[in-house]
Design a protein around this ligand. Structure first.
Ligand code: MSP
Length: 541
């Protein structure tokens, strides 16, 4: 059932090495000609509060935005809320509020959730904003003038929970294939987008831009959907008023998806600031969940073409966070508020777990046992323990002053970890980058256990071992900073480094030998005290 949801979709990635300078950061060791990165999350429906599935999506985008900033690129990171459509209007009515009152309240909860998770977005867009209405009207008005929109009669099935039309053949025993709930029959006079005119152009775009939808499996899905034949789609609604008014027919509003996708353009000045738009659009990267591939990898590139702009540089598709095998969603009971997790584990541990546990592109299973186990193993026993023991021994053997690093095996272990983490972050694979950073932590702990500097007499050998461990901690605080900004800044401060990890430039700053020695090292309280599963579970009941 999980994979039935999106019609053969699409996707694959990234506008990396595409045409003329668009795309993402170059690989390690290559000349960096691209200095900008625009990353977006989907805009979230405000029919209910944010849950951990949304947090997973936004966190991945945040970590990538932070990584590209560490790379020295100029970054624009956008998230926001999708506030029109029937689903939201119905949620407002059920709560006895006007849609505007309802969306004001719910949108604020998303902003608050992102603050609690240290999300570093540069803008937060709401589709009810005036700037967005203007840009939707300009964008779709252009497509209309270009002759790709025409009036006709729509007849078909609609699932309000998906805000999506379904062909008879796509239904599961007459119900919505995702929600397993009854669909509604619609028949109205409205406007259609000539999607069928873009079949060949879309196929050529996929062929010319093999990295435009990632991972490859999603690219294939999208491409086979396109090759299966595209039908024109209804893009306006006469029967509802909660939406963006169609500029050439004031009795209709745009179908919610047509208004929503345009948010990516609104936020960078489409139609009002040509220079700003030209700066950011060529480096646009959309991070999306796997059930909205058809919208982002078929409709959206076709709409861009119809309006005379390039499709986005990359669509990066992630899987779902599941609980007990089911998608965490607003309509199921197993939803978990991100703030509950932050209260139990702290923001950096939640960020680390979500990014480390599920490879971007795969589904992941979320459980309390899982996060407790990873917290204790990776954060308390590995990173936390390394920092505590190094600080303690520097206190007892070196008078609290950190020595400069030696060379030897750890230097080459670190070089390999840095190369792999940089490559993984550049490739939008946070879990792999963190895995590489933790390999360095484990090897450093092993080196300490092998040399036992706490038993040795103070001297140059002990200094070299401790200096190398401090250098490994410095490097780890850079490699893991996009995932755990506060904890990494704290490690940085405790080992005596001035400033913050984020003022460094990678990969240069992660080269071995950057820890100068002669800095005061502070032990402080345990960074990640061990948690028993009873403790964390208790808060959840
Ligand atoms: N409003 C549309 C998106 C419009 S973008 C122009 C929408 N909203 S949504 O709130 O239903 O979903 C937003 C994103 O959250 C989707 O990418 C979806 O995959 C993601 N997730 C929702 N639940 C999720 C999980 N359980 N796990 C991972 N991501 C999940 O679709």
């Amino acid at each position: 059932m999980l994979d039935v949801e999106s019609p053969p979709g699409l996707s694959r990635g990234a506008g990396r090495d595409l045409v003329a300078g668009r795309g993402r950061a170059p690989r390690v060791g290559t000349l960096r000609s691209v200095s900008r990165y625009y990353i977006t999350t989907p805009i979230y429906y405000v029919n209910d509060a944010p849950h951990v599935g949304h947090a997973y999506a936004t966190l991945n985008a945040d970590a990538l935005a932070r990584w590209h900033r560490l790379r020295g690129e100029e970054v624009f990171f956008l998230t926001g809320t999708d506030e029109h459509g029937l689903k939201v209007a119905q949620a407002a009515a059920a709560a006895g509020m006007t849609p505007q009152e309802w969306t004001d309240r719910l949108s604020a909860r998303f902003e608050e959730a992102w603050r609690e998770l240290s999300i570093s977005n540069d803008d937060f867009i709401r589709t009810t904003e005036e700037r967005h209405h203007r840009s939707v009207q300009a964008f779709l008005g252009t497509i209309y003038e270009n002759g790709y929109i025409y009036p006709s009669t729509y007849r078909g099935w609609y699932c309000v929970a998906c805000e999506q039309y379904y062909a008879e053949a796509e239904l599961a025993e007459g119900d919505c294939p995702i929600h397993a709930r009854p669909v509604q029959w619609y028949e109205e006079e409205n406007y259609f987008f000539r999607l069928s005119a873009f079949e060949e152009r879309l196929v050529s775009w996929y062929e010319e831009n093999p990295e435009a939808v990632r991972p490859g499996s999603k690219r294939k899905e999208a491409l086979s959907f396109i090759k299966g034949g595209l039908q024109d789609i209804s893009i306006t609604r006469r029967s509802i008023t909660w939406g963006v008014q169609v500029p050439w027919d004031h009795d209709q509003v745009f179908y919610v998806w047509y208004d929503a996708l345009v948010n990516y353009l609104t936020a960078i000045g489409y139609g009002v600031d040509a220079e700003r738009f030209a700066t950011w659009w060529p480096v646009a990267h959309h991070l999306i969940g796997k059930e909205i591939i058809r919208f982002h990898c078929v409709w959206w590139p076709a709409m861009c073409m119809a309006a005379g702009i390039d499709p986005p540089a990359e669509v990066l598709v992630h899987g779902w966070l599941l609980v007990g095998g089911e998608k965490m969603s607003k309509s199921s009971l197993n939803q978990i508020a991100p703030s509950d997790l932050v209260a139990d584990f702290g923001v950096d541990a939640v960020r680390y777990h979500l990014l480390r546990d599920t490879p971007l592109g795969s589904d992941g299973d979320f459980s309390y046992e899982g996060i407790v186990a990873r917290y204790n193993a990776d954060l308390a026993n590995n990173l936390g323990n390394l920092l505590a023991r190094v600080a303690t021994v520097v206190g007892s053997r070196c008078g609290g002053v950190g020595p400069a690093p030696g060379g030897g095996r750890l230097a080459s272990v670190a070089a390999a970890a840095v190369a792999e983490a940089v490559e993984a972050w550049d490739d939008s694979q946070p879990h792999r980058a963190l895995e590489a950073a933790w390999r360095l932590i484990r090897e450093t702990n092993a080196e300490l256990e092998a040399t036992e500097p706490w038993k040795a007499e103070p001297g140059p050998e002990v200094d070299a071992v401790l200096g190398s461990a401090l250098e490994a901690l410095r490097i780890v605080s850079l490699l893991a900073w996009p995932a755990m900004p506060s904890a990494c800044s704290e490690v940085w401060r405790r080992i005596g480094m001035p400033g913050h990890p984020e003022s460094s430039r990678l990969p240069e700053a992660a080269a071995w030998g950057g820890y100068p020695g002669g800095l005061g090292v502070e032990k402080g309280k345990p960074l990640f005290p061990r948690i028993s599963s009873g403790q964390a579970g208790a808060a959840r009941g």
